[in-house]
Write a protein that binds this ligand. Structure first.
Ligand code: ZN
Length: 110
């Protein structure tokens, strides 16, 4: 079989296009979705329950949280790829690294 983007992501991309999203945004979303699926396959370190809630949120909402975190060096920043999701009593917590300087950052999503 030819190596290409799985049908699932193709369908998503088509849907985004139908909604009028631009190609750059679509690529970003698809990439994020693929990373998410990769994360979901991992065992042990991942909080699947938290992840399920996270993935049930609309893409726009997740992008908002991922693109609006606080870094002590860079102030407002976004998460670098490879973040983790966990759950606590306040809601979901995204943990990862600053996309600009690589420092550890986290964000509460309620
Ligand atoms: Zn930073």
């Amino acid at each position: 079989m030819k190596k290409s983007i799985p049908q699932k992501y193709q369908s998503m991309a088509d849907q985004f296009r139908a909604d009028g999203a631009d190609e750059k945004t679509i690529r970003k979303w698809i990439q994020e979705e693929m990373q998410g699926d990769e994360f979901a396959r991992k065992e042990g370190s991942s909080d699947i329950e938290a992840y399920k809630i996270w993935m049930s949120w609309p893409q726009e909402r997740r992008s908002l949280y991922l693109g609006n975190a606080f870094c002590s060096k860079c102030s407002v920043t976004s998460f670098a790829p490879g973040y983790n999701i966990r759950k606590d009593r306040f809601g979901l917590i995204v943990e990862g690294n600053c996309a600009t300087c690589g420092a550890k950052i986290c964000r509460c999503c309620d």
